[in-house]
Structure formats: structure tokens, C-alpha cells
Design a protein around this ligand. Structure first.
Ligand code: UDX
Length: 436
């Protein structure tokens, strides 16, 4: 099929490249000429594992190209996926301006086009957005959904860092469609994908995305709440969750306690669905609790260190891991920010290190030092907090901490092998109490 993909952020580009791998003819559209040029030269503007190789292949084979000309792209293709950002607004709701502007351009293209075309929203939008907001814009040029064009919603479930793999080998594909013909066209796009396909209406598809992310965030905040109890009872929440996770109805995934969740999806999506509910007069006690537990965890992380170290004023504290998780340079909603803020408020002398995130992090906050390597970051430190799960942190051994002044290590993500550390290292972690 001939597909156009609007927006070449990580969702749009990964989807475009993935569709091309499945034999479709893909046109990626972006308003940024530099990004378009870079894609056409097979240089991905973002980092995702495996993306560079696959982009090169699909560009060489002629199955993918990029352009700034949205109208031409839509006119020449059978189906358009809108993959533009829907960032948070101040009140937690989503900012739909990019999607509205894309829909306006698509509407003009539909007007000039002959033949059937399906428009699919892939961007994460709250239930009702596609039919209440996007549909009227698409129809503003005079064409009518159902008769002249099709409409659908097809949420993405891509994790940063493994997005290409998640796209090519998904747990499920959710296809929401306005009518049978729209749904059938979207199903045809995914015909060669070996994954369960759930075909539904548009609002259900929109809601599945929010409900999935809210439930995953619930698991994390639940693990964090249980971790507080375990700390006081003198046991390890990770052992508890190993037992809990063996129940096939629960599963062990996403039950890891730590400084909380960050990233571009969980915080934004939980806030957005909460905001929608509140606008409709629905109480959201659970969603509020998920967010408030998540806000408290970084503060609690610093308090755990304080319990061991006493007053933090003037203490040299190193934070290893500044991005929201390992394997990315993304600092959106990173838990490193509230941790560093709290450390600075308490008067600590903070040094940060991250393999990829230091430049981005430096734009968020002033007043900390940066180190070029883990070793440099640890020299003379009186404590260190491991905030994310980069592989190079999990490879650290006892001797790597020898350069510290006081060997106090708070392993926020349980990346170290505690048993293999020297006895003179004081190993602390979240959710693990001491038996009395
Ligand atoms: C997430 C969803 O997994 C994906 O399906 C969705 O489309 C986008 O949001 P991503 O934000 O890339 O993906 O990261 P993910 O690996 O899910 O982790 C999110 C955050 O939760 C990270 O900060 C991570 O450290 C934290 N986390 C994860 C925990 O604190 N505990 C866990 O058990 C798992």
C-alpha cells in the first residue's frame, strides 16, 4: 500500500520505517526541512536501536522517502497516519495544536484528491478527540467521512530505546475505525504483522492507550507504596514482588520499586486522562495517588541517603544517571531532576554523570558539576545515587567505588550485584529494610 506518515518524531519515523520494511511504499512528512533532508540521506534524526540500518535499507530500496509537502504526500497515497506530538498543557490536558494543524492540511489535500483515502490518528489523544476534533477539521473542506474518506485511530505502544522492535514485534495491534471500510483498510496495512489484532471503534482505541499506560504506572506506584511498608518491616520489596509476580494474572513486570517513573508517556498520559475525567466531573482518586506517590519517591530517595549520611550540607553527592531511563538521552520527567533539586536544597555539593544525557540535563538545572566518566564522578564523593539503569552502571564492581571518600551507594534501580560488592561498601536501596 502507499502510506504517508505525518511527523517524524520517534513514533512517526519508527512507524514509517517499519511499514516500509513490511513492503509498503512510505512517504514521511515533516515541516522541518533539515529533518527531511537527513531522513532522505538515511541519517535518522533520533537515536533508536536498529533504526539507522533499517532506514538505510528502506531508503536504498526506494520504499521510503521524506518530504515537507504534506498535500502531495496525502494525494499520492492510500492512507495517512498522523504521528505528531500531543504534549501536556499546564492543567495536564493535551495540547492538540499540532494535530489540528496537520488535520487542516490533510483536509485540503483530501479536497484536491480523487479516490478513497483513510486518515488514521496514531498520536496519543484522549477519547473523543479523533471524532470530535479531528473529524470536523478533516470535513471542513467539504468531503464527508464515510462517503469520501475513512477515519481511524491506531495507538502506539512503543518504548523508547526498543521502539523499532516494539513496532515490528508488538504484543497487539489496536485498530479503531469509523466504519467497516476504514477498519478494513487499516487492517490491510498490518496484514503481514504477526500479532493479535483488536478491531474496535475509535474512542475505545483511544482509551486503550491511556488505560494501558495508567495501569503500568499504577503497577510502579503500587510497588513503590509497598516498598515503604517493606522498608519498615525489614524485608525486600523485590523479593516480595518476585513472589507476587509469579501469579500469571499479575506478572512480575513493572513492579520494580525505585525513584519513580519518568519519560514522555506515563506522567503525561496519567495527567491527561485525569484531566479529562475531572472535566467530566468524575473523581480520580487512584490516578491522583499514582502521581502523588511518584512525586514523593525522589524525595524519599534523598531522605534514605540522609538517614545514612546525616545532614547533607556541604556533602559531596554523585548522581549517576540523569535521563529518565538507561539507553536514551531523553530527560523528560526524569526523576533525576527532583532528586538533584532536593539535594541542592539540602546544601549538598552535587556531581552528575550520564553517558548520553548530560547536555540535556544541564538545560534543566544549574548549580551542579558534571563529570566525564563514572570514575571522575565518584572521586572523593561521600555518597552516590544510581538513578537510572544504564548498562555501564550495572557493570560496576566493588573496586570502582574505591575512589570514593565514603563508600555509600544508594542503588535506586537495583542494577548492582549487592553480593559481589566489598563489605566496606555501604549498599542502600529503595524498598529494602533491615531486619531488627
Ligand atoms: C512507556 C510504555 O512502556 C510504552 O508502552 C508507551 O508507549 C510509552 O511509555 P517508555 O516511557 O519508553 O515507555 O519507558 P518504560 O521502559 O516503560 O519506563 C517508564 C518509566 O518507568 C522509566 O522511568 C522507568 O525507570 C520506570 N519504571 C519502569 C519503574 O520505575 N519501575 C518499573 O518496574 C518499570
Amino acid at each position: 500500500m502507499k502510506i504517508s506518515v505525518i511527523g517524524t518524531g520517534y513514533v512517526g519515523l519508527v512507524s514509517g520505517v517499519g511499514f516500509a520494511k513490511h513492503g509498503h511504499e512510505v512517504t514521511c512528512v515533516d515541516i522541518d526541512e533539515d529533518i527531511v533532508q537527513s531522513i532522505n540521506e538515511a541519517i535518522p534524526p533520533i537515536y533508536e536501536e536498529g533504526l539507522e540500518e533499517l532506514l538505510e535499507k528502506v531508503i536504498d530500496s526506494g520504499r521510503l522517502k521524506a518530504t515537507t509537502d504534506l498535500k502531495e504526500a496525502v494525494k499520492k497515497t492510500d492512507i495517512t497516519f498522523i504521528c505528531v506530538g500531543t504534549p501536556s498543557e499546564e492543567d495536564g490536558g493535551i495540547d492538540t495544536s499540532a494535530i489540528e494543524s496537520a488535520a487542516e492540511d490533510v483536509s485540503q489535500a483530501l479536497n484536491e484528491k480523487t479516490g478513497y483515502h483513510v486518515v488514521v490518528v496514531k498520536s496519543t489523544v484522549t477519547p473523543g478527540t479523533t471524532d470530535r476534533l479531528v473529524k470536523p477539521i478533516l470535513e471542513s473542506g467539504g468531503k464527508k467521512v464515510g462517503d469520501d474518506f475513512g477515519l481511524g485511530m491506531n495507538p502506539e505502544f512503543l518504548r523508547e530505546g526498543v521502539a523499532l522492535n516494539d513496532f515490528l514485534d508488538p504484543d497487539r495491534i489496536v485498530i479503531g475505525g469509523w466504519d467497516e471500510k476504514s477498519r478494513k483498510t487499516i487492517e490491510d496495512v498490518y496484514e503481514s504483522f504477526e500479532a493479535p489484532k483488536l478491531v474496535t471503534d475509535i474512542r475505545t482505541a483511544e482509551m486503550i492507550k491511556y488505560t494501558s499506560n495508567a495501569l503500568l504506572a499504577t503497577k510502579i506506584s503500587f510497588a513503590n507504596e509497598m516498598s515503604r511498608i517493606c522498608e519498615e518491616v525489614g524485608i525486600d520489596v523485590y523479593d516480595v514482588m518476585d513472589g507476587v509476580g509469579l501469579d500469571h494474572r499479575i506478572k512480575r513486570d513493572f513492579l520494580n520499586a525505585g525513584p519513580g517513573f519518568g519519560g514522555s508517556c506515563f506522567p503525561k498520559d496519567v495527567k491527561a486522562i485525569k484531566n479529562l475525567a475531572q472535566k467530566m466531573g468524575i473523581e480520580t482518586k487512584l490516578l491522583e495517588a499514582i502521581l502523588s506517590i511518584n512525586d514523593e519517591q525522589p524525595i524519599h530517595t534523598v531522605e534514605l541517603l540522609e538517614e545514612e549520611l546525616g545532614n547533607l550540607k556541604g556533602k559531596k553527592v554523585t548522581v549517576l544517571g540523569l535521563t529518565f531511563k538507561g539507553g536514551t538521552d531523553d530527560i523528560r520527567e526524569t526523576r533525576a531532576l527532583p532528586i538533584v533539586k532536593s539535594l541542592l536544597e539540602k546544601g549538598a555539593d552535587v556531581t552528575g554523570y550520564d553517558p548520553k544525557g548530560m547536555e540535556n540535563f544541564a538545560e534543566l538545572i544549574d548549580g551542579i558539576n558534571y563529570a566525564e566518566s563514572i570514575e571522575e564522578a565518584l572521586i572523593d564523593a561521600e555518597a552516590c545515587i544510581i538513578q537510572n539503569d544504564w548498562e555501564e552502571f550495572s557493570e560496576l564492581e566493588g573496586e570502582d567505588f574505591e575512589v570514593m571518600k565514603d563508600k555509600i551507594v544508594l542503588d535506586g534501580r537495583r542494577v548492582l550485584d549487592e553480593g559481589a560488592l566489598d563489605e566496606d561498601i555501604k549498599y542502600l536501596s529503595i524498598g529494602k529494610g533491615q531486619l531488627d
